[in-house]
Structure formats: structure tokens, C-alpha cells
Ligand binder design. Structure first.
Ligand code: 9WO
Length: 245
């Protein structure tokens, strides 16, 4: 999978993705990240990459010419790519959207800075606008890093066998169950007995019950969107009975 990232801070993106499973995938050639910096297309003495908004007011926008030249350069290097702009105005990113993006071989991400980009650049050059959530960053780079990470881990071979199995078992739209490691007791808090029992069936049922219960407690709208199996409904009923005082 080939990523093009349009950014005024290319090292921020490249350095952030050089670690862990994504860093390994880049070393192994499964994932490639090519950055494009609009600043290299600035022609004036001050290397200007921002411009004033029509209508006035505080803040600046990205300069159109340098930005569009960078996008054109990226499109030439990645001719199959869809162009994605990361902004709070975009379509909310979900694991389902992540899976859709993962079907593409090339993607260009546009990282805004300042107060954003000219609306006509979105109309002319951008295919999809995506948001990670209802908050404002200082620029699109942290969002781009998150998108590259979330999508690239679905590229075959990026995760090891064990991680892939975990990924599969939790791609069912529920929140994760709680996890425990050594020691068996921390400040009086014990590991649930069932996890020490060695009964794999009981452990699987307990984990499923916790996943359902936590989703019910913390994100009820996720459960409202899906039909539970009879077995899951029984586990959730059990969780609710055990939770109520
Ligand atoms: C800055 C600003 C300052 C004063 C008043 C309003 C303002 N809005 C913005 C703003 O939205 N700046 C953006 C910074 C411009 C586009 C890139 N930036 C960005 C992307 N911030 N947050 C994101 C983002 C991207 C994806 N998901 C969540 C947030």
C-alpha cells in the first residue's frame, strides 16, 4: 500500500510512523509513505505557504498555488490514489470506513494547517473528507498518522499471526473486554478467578460477557445498531443482573 502525504511537516509524519508494526511494514516494503511538502514550491524570498482569507478576520489559510502543485505532484506519483482531506467537517472515521480505505492500493492524505484550505481546492482536488472526531487539532498531521496506522495494519502481512487473530476476534463491533497480566493482585485488586481457572470455554464466555457489558454501559448506541444472537443476549442479561445493585 502506497501513501502520499501532503504536509508542511514531513518529518512529523515519517518519524511517527517509523515505529512498531507499521515501522516494520515500511522496512519490509509492505507499506510506503511518500511525503510532499508545499513549501518546496514556494517561489518568493520568504517561502510563503499561507495566505489571507477573503472576508478578513484572524488567521490564515494554506496558500492555494503551493498546495495544489503538491497535490498534483502526489497524483502524478500515485496515479491510482483517492485524495482524502482530514478535517473536523469530514465523514466520521469508523472501522468500517477503515476497511473500505484498506481496499485501495494508493491513497493521498492532505494535511491542513492554519485555519484550513480554500473550499475550491476541496471541490477540485479532494475525493473524500474524513474526521476522526469532534475536536480541533493544530493541523491534519496527527489525524493522517492515525489513518495510515489504522488502515495499514489491515494490509496482509503487516500484523503477525497472533495479532491478526486478535484483530479478527474484535472486528465484531464491540468494545474490548478487560485484560489482566501479572501480578495476580495489585493494591488488593485480584485477577478474576475464571481467568486463572484454565477452563477455556468459561474464559471465552466471560470475555464475551464483559465485551457486551462494557459496550452496553459505555456505548449503548453501538448495541442498538446490531441484532444480538440468543447466546449474546443471555450473556448481556447476565451481566446486567450482576451489575445492578
Ligand atoms: C482553526 C481555528 C482557529 C480559530 C477558529 C476556528 C478554527 N478552526 C480551525 C481549524 O479547523 N483548523 C484546522 C486545523 C484546519 C484543517 C487542519 N486542522 C485540523 C484537522 N484540525 N483538526 C483536524 C482534524 C482532522 C481529522 N479529525 C479531527 C480533527
Amino acid at each position: 500500500m502506497k501513501w502520499g502525504v501532503i504536509t508542511l511537516f514531513p518529518t512529523m509524519v515519517a518519524d511517527a510512523l517509523a515505529h512498531g508494526v507499521i515501522g516494520k511494514a515500511i522496512q519490509r516494503g509492505l507499506v510506503a509513505i511518500i511525503t510532499f511538502n508545499p513549501r518546496v514550491h514556494a517561489t518568493d524570498l520568504h517561502q510563503t505557504v499561507d495566505d489571507r482569507p477573503f472576508g478578513g478576520g484572524p488567521g490564515m489559510l494554506m496558500k492555494v498555488e503551493t498546495l495544489r502543485t503538491s497535490i498534483a505532484e502526489a497524483k502524478k506519483a500515485l496515479p491510482e490514489a483517492a485524495v482524502v482531506y482530514l478535517s473536523p467537517q469530514g465523514e466520521p472515521l469508523t472501522q468500517a470506513v477503515v476497511r473500505e480505505i484498506a481496499e485501495r492500493s494508493e491513497i493521498i492524505l492532505v494535511c491542513g494547517r492554519y485555519e484550513g484550505i480554500d473550499e475550491r481546492v476541496i471541490e477540485l482536488d479532494v475525493d473524500h473528507e474524513i474526521s476522526l472526531g469532534d475536536f480541533v487539532l493544530s493541523g491534519g498531521e496527527p489525524a493522517a498518522i492515525a489513518v495510515v496506522d489504522a488502515v495499514s495494519r489491515l494490509v496482509p502481512g503487516v500484523l503477525g499471526h497472533a495479532s491478526s487473530a486478535i484483530e479478527d476476534s474484535f472486528s465484531d463491533g464491540l468494545l474490548d473486554c478487560p485484560h489482566y497480566t501479572r501480578p495476580e493482585e495489585i493494591a488488593g485488586l485480584k485477577v478474576p478467578d475464571v481467568l486463572l481457572s484454565g477452563h477455556h470455554g468459561d474464559i471465552a464466555r466471560w470475555r464475551r460477557k464483559q465485551a457486551l457489558g462494557r459496550t452496553w454501559l459505555r456505548r449503548s448506541e453501538i448495541l442498538e445498531k446490531q441484532e444480538l444472537s440468543d447466546e449474546d443476549q443471555l450473556l448481556l442479561d447476565e451481566f446486567i443482573r450482576e451489575t445492578k445493585p
